[in-house]
Design a protein around this ligand. Structure first.
Ligand SMILES: NC(=O)C1=CN([C@@H]2O[C@H](COP(=O)(O)OP(=O)(O)OC[C@H]3O[C@@H](n4cnc5c(N)ncnc54)[C@H](OP(=O)(O)O)[C@@H]3O)[C@@H](O)[C@H]2O)C=CC1
Ligand SMILES: O=C/C=C/c1ccc(O)c(O)c1
Ligand SMILES: [Zn+2]
Ligand SMILES: [Zn+2]
Length: 369
């Protein structure tokens, strides 16, 4: 069909540069069921890095998106923004990477470079940000993520994997890791003498515990799952664990925390958590439940508490975080799965049944028949 506007014509022309064939896993409707799909990737541009995907973590954002819980899905959706792999080709202007390098790509693949956020080095808040998947890129194509055998990404959005950090256990750091590390650093929750709470012991929450301990802080997990208590303390290194529905356990830590990183994927009731903060304490919200939050005003106003949101991190935050992780032995606890197991993994993630991040072994298992 002929394009109807100049912009549409340009978009189609640009799309025709996407001649490289790739294999992906796509959701086609709000059932979220994933099936193999043939997709196109652009040719490696002068500033681009082409990468063979080896591992991709499954973030709860992928699940929110494929089930259209945020009402923004553009089907078919090829999700995945915790992408670890190896460089296969670089464009002629690329100086920082070469074929064979171990690299990662997180949540964004394009930003304007000119807005106030970009100029401040906070391109994760760019007004024209293009996310790694389910986002319209500037050439008019819809981005496809790392549930795919290869990606082509501008060098600016590629980070280097430090030696010693395994690609499979490191992949989740590219979203989960930086999403908790960046606000801890930004809000000063990153040093000895501080007590931080982590709401929700899932993919984000368990790496928040590990970073908090690496920063030398006291950390308390606030969870809905009593069954996670022992491993939170013994395996992940938390100092304490309280069940959010247990009034006496919650009372025992009331008014003790300098800050809370709230990673809950579904809880909208914030009231019980504010009571755990010291006066002037900070609640950093990173979880993105489908439904609006409920916040009684007195929970926030009394004690002069702050509620802040935080989204991902910048590219420099991501490189800093991953270098820090390698130096301090921080990596995700993962369940490595094959491409044929993603639908079961999504069902289990929806029920909170994962320890603590599914990672798809794309390199060994995503193959065409
Ligand atoms: N701001 C950002 O930039 C980013 C935001 N996100 C968002 O963060 C959230 C967490 O992601 P992720 O860690 O991958 O998800 P997970 O599913 O791995 O973990 C979420 C955890 O939330 C807790 N939880 C679930 N339901 C409830 C409930 N009804 N009440 C209280 N707690 C609940 C559970 O922990 P427990 O069993 O301990 O209670 C669960 O393990 C998602 O909404 C995701 O979209 C993700 C990445 C980046
Ligand atoms: O407002 C934008 C939110 C973006 C976002 C949220 C969660 C996540 O995992 C992302 O990669 C992006
Ligand atoms: Zn994510
Ligand atoms: Zn910008």
């Amino acid at each position: 069909m002929a394009p109807t506007t100049t912009a549409a014509a340009a978009a189609v022309a640009e799309q025709q540069q996407h001649t490289r064939k790739a294999l992906g896993l796509a959701a086609h409707d709000a059932s979220g069921h994933l099936t193999p799909i043939r997709i196109s990737r652009r040719n490696t541009g002068d500033d681009d890095v082409a990468m063979k995907v080896l591992y991709c973590g499954i973030c709860h954002s992928d699940l929110h998106t494929i089930k259209n819980e945020w009402r923004n899905a553009v089907y078919p959706v090829v999700a995945g923004h915790e992408i670890a792999g190896v460089v296969t080709e670089v464009g002629k202007n690329v100086e920082r990477f070469k074929a064979g390098d171990n690299v990662g790509v997180g949540c964004m693949v394009n930003t304007c470079g000119a807005c106030e956020s970009c100029r401040d080095g906070c391109e994760n808040y760019c007004s024209r940000i293009v996310f790694t998947y389910n986002s319209v890129d500037w050439d008019g194509t819809v981005t496809c993520g790392g549930y795919s055998d290869m990606v082509v990404v501008s060098e600016r959005f590629v980070v280097r994997f430090p030696a010693g950090l395994p690609l499979d256990r490191g992949a989740p750091l590219l979203c989960a890791g930086v999403t908790v590390y960046a606000p801890m650093r930004q809000h000063g929750l990153c040093g000895p003498g501080k007590h931080v709470g982590v709401v929700g012991l899932g993919g984000l929450g368990h790496v928040a515990v590990k970073f908090a301990k690496a920063f030398g802080m006291k950390v308390t997990v606030i969870s809905t799952s009593p069954g996670k208590s022992q491993e939170a303390v013994e395996r992940l290194g938390a100092d304490a664990f309280v069940v959010s529905t247990n009034a006496s356990e919650m009372k025992s830590v009331m008014g003790t925390m300098h800050g809370i990183i709230n990673t809950a994927s579904a809880s909208t009731s914030m009231h019980p958590y504010f009571a755990l903060l010291k006066p002037k304490g900070k609640m950093i919200l990173v979880g993105l439940p489908e439904k609006p939050l409920q916040i009684p005003p007195f929970a926030l106003v009394g004690g002069g508490k702050t509620l802040a949101g935080s989204c991902m991190g910048s590219i420099s935050d991501t490189q800093e975080m991953i270098d820090f992780a390698a130096e301090h032995g921080v990596a995700a606890d993962i369940e490595l799965i094959g491409a044929n197991e993603v639908n079961t993994a999504m069902e289990r993630l929806a029920k909170g049944d994962v320890r603590y991040r599914f990672v798809v072994d794309i390199g060994n298992t995503l193959k065409s028949d």
